[in-house]
Design a protein around this ligand. Structure first.
Ligand SMILES: [Zn+2]
Length: 266
């Protein structure tokens, strides 16, 4: 259940203004986080008015301090981007993006060794061309690395959870880093493939843990903790550097570090 807070509920930190949204949940605990540039504060629905005010004020002051400490990119993401001429290393494989403009009417892509060969209609507007290059690169690379990723997820699953996994998909998401459906379909943000291995693993563990516990109960966090003792460090890493993931051209400060730390799976 979600209620939009009355107008004017905003906060400005590090020069950025955030809308604040309140959520009432069936959970007995509360949380505050940044989702797509908004601050979401969730509190238990059973609280009375006075308690609600207290919870909201305390969670709000905690999240504002966290944002202030982590800088303006805290909890934010931007769309994945691939460009002509780029070389990326994903799960230990190298991919070189090459783009050819053709007279044809549709875009296409294929993998030839390490080269992702993309053809796009020369007549398309520049903005659409860039979108096609990113989308097709992601599709071609996903097809190439999925067996390796699925095997890796399977290993973690067998070791800690032993759940039946329906399917695994990689998307370019703007909000969550991962999700797990009621049917145990695991969805991960493609951009995680650019993060250090322990960060990727931590999101995998989080989603696999949801196959046993749907919500974020104490039992859920205990299972996460057992499988991934440094999961908090991983989530702090994402808060800080998640913004820099998935873009290799025109890197901003901080992103070089992301690249350096970009580890490979064992
Ligand atoms: Zn979760």
């Amino acid at each position: 259940m979600e209620t939009r807070s009355p107008g004017g509920n905003v906060a400005t930190v590090n020069g950025i203004t955030y809308n604040i949204r309140h959520i009432l949940s069936n959970s007995r605990s509360g949380y505050a986080k940044v989702v797509e540039g908004d601050i979401i504060i969730s509190i238990p629905a059973y609280l009375n008015e006075l308690e609600s005010e207290k919870w909201l004020a305390s969670l709000k002051s905690r999240i504002l301090k966290k944002i202030e400490k982590n800088g303006p990119y805290f909890g934010r993401k931007r769309p994945l981007e691939f460009n002509d001429g780029e070389t990326v290393t994903i799960l230990g494989s190298i991919f070189r993006i090459t783009v050819k403009e053709t007279e044809r009417k549709s875009s296409s892509g294929r993998l030839d060794g390490e080269t992702v060969e993309i053809s796009i209609p020369a007549a398309l507007p520049e903005k659409i061309k860039r979108k096609h290059v990113t989308y097709i690169s992601r599709m071609v690379i996903t097809r190439a690395i999925m067996p390796c990723l699925a095997m890796h997820i399977d290993e973690i699953n067998k070791k800690h959870f032993n759940s039946r996994i329906d399917r695994i998909s990689l998307k370019d998401t703007s909000s969550r880093w991962g999700s797990c459906s009621a049917k145990n379909s695991i969805n991960l943000d493609f951009k995680l493939l650019f993060a250090p291995a322990y960060v990727l693993d931590s999101v995998i563990v989080h989603e696999l843990a949801h196959t046993k516990n749907r919500g974020h109960s104490k039992m859920f966090w205990k299972a996460v903790e057992e499988a991934m003792p440094n999961h908090r460090e991983a989530s702090r890493w994402l808060d800080r550097y998640g913004w820099g993931l998935g873009i290799t051209k025109g890197m901003e400060q901080g992103q070089h570090m992301v690249q350096q730390e970009n580890a490979q799976l064992p």
